[in-house]
Write a protein that binds this ligand. Structure first.
Ligand code: ASP
Length: 326
């Protein structure tokens, strides 16, 4: 079904090659200002409404996305696929670089220069910090960073912020508690940078060896964002509006014993939430291992499954925007 006529009358869709997002890479949350965020979220709302109304539509018909994943992924890769297909586009999935020419020794610049000959946009996940920025230097088509090692995960942070806004109606004035692996967790790196553009207070709760990197603490201080570091969760729960739980990133540890020592340092259970506000949310970028017990899932404050769905609308918005259709 072609709904272009419907979309034209109701939505800010159509060829928007003069849009500031057209042809742009999405490498770091640092590149967005508050107007950009408002715009992305406005388009994400339109996407949500369209999906509710018609499911799939033809905005990106004829466009191709290359999903290039050098690290495992369930949600990011499948939500980009779902986003592209709901917009009528198609996907070249390269989830197992082992079976691609990467295993023959092909470099990242050559791989992206190949894929951009076939596709209109490349979504890249790679174990090295800065890999997306490097790919973007070589590619002339947009590169979207889907996680660069322990660096950033900008589209996750955008969907996290969208989730907060949708669930709590505002971002300013909130107290956000991040707990778990703040050292290696790229989602909390991107999210704290993004939140530092707002009037929020951050509690950073982690084992000593998994503290938030100094570079990010400096950025928070420079932006005037109040933050405090903690090694216990319970004392900060009562004032928390958003509890953002992260997985201890096993794959980043050199020694298994070091991982074992901290892997269950923080586990959120129904008892943890007894002291929490009635109106607050628990988020997690997922996958979860043990850090939120399954009994929490039934609590209406558990927002992590809703969070994933918001992600598809945000990724639909980003794809439409960088391809000049929103
Ligand atoms: N899925 C998220 C990421 O790729 C979080 C995680 O793996 O723990 O960073």
């Amino acid at each position: 079904m072609n709904l272009e006529s419907t979309t034209r009358t109701h939505l800010p869709f159509g060829d928007k090659h003069d849009s500031p997002f057209y042809g742009r890479d999405i490498v770091s949350v640092r590149q967005f200002d508050e107007d950009d965020l408002d715009y992305i979220f406005e388009v994400a709302h339109e996407m949500q409404a369209m999906v509710a109304r018609v499911g799939t539509f033809d905005l990106l018909k004829g466009k191709l996305l290359a999903n290039l994943f050098y690290e495992p992924s369930t949600r990011t890769s499948s939500s980009f696929t779902a986003a592209m297909e709901r917009l009528g586009g198609s996907v070249i999935p390269i989830n197992e670089v082992r079976y691609s020419s990467v295993s023959k020794g092909e470099s990242l610049p050559d791989t992206v220069r190949t894929l951009e000959r076939y596709a209109d946009v490349i979504v890249l996940r790679h174990p090295d910090v800065g890999a997306s920025a490097e790919a973007a230097r070589y590619a002339s088509k947009p590169i979207i960073n889907a996680g660069d090692g322990v660096g950033e995960h900008p589209t996750q942070a955008l969907l996290d912020l969208f989730t907060i806004q949708e669930e709590l109606d505002a971002v300013n004035g909130l107290t956000v508690t991040m707990v778990g692996d703040l050292k290696y967790g790229r989602t909390v790196h991107s999210l704290s940078r993004l939140l530092s553009k707002f009037d929020v207070a951050l509690n950073l709760v982690s084992p000593e060896i998994l503290r938030m990197p100094a570079e990010i603490l400096e950025e928070l201080a420079e932006s005037g964002t109040p933050f405090s570091e903690h090694d216990a969760l319970d004392p900060v729960i009562p004032a928390t509006d958003v509890l953002y739980v992260t997985r201890v990133q096993k794959e980043r540890f050199e020694k298994e014993a070091a991982y074992e020592a901290v892997k269950d340092a923080f586990v959120v259970t129904p008892a943890t939430l007894e002291a929490a506000k009635k109106l607050m949310i628990v988020m997690h970028p997922l996958p979860r291992v043990n850090e939120i017990s399954m009994e929490v899932d039934a609590d209406p404050r558990a927002a992590y499954f809703r969070q994933m769905e918001y992600g598809m609308y945000v990724r639909m918005a980003l794809l439409a925007m960088v391809l000049g259709k929103a």
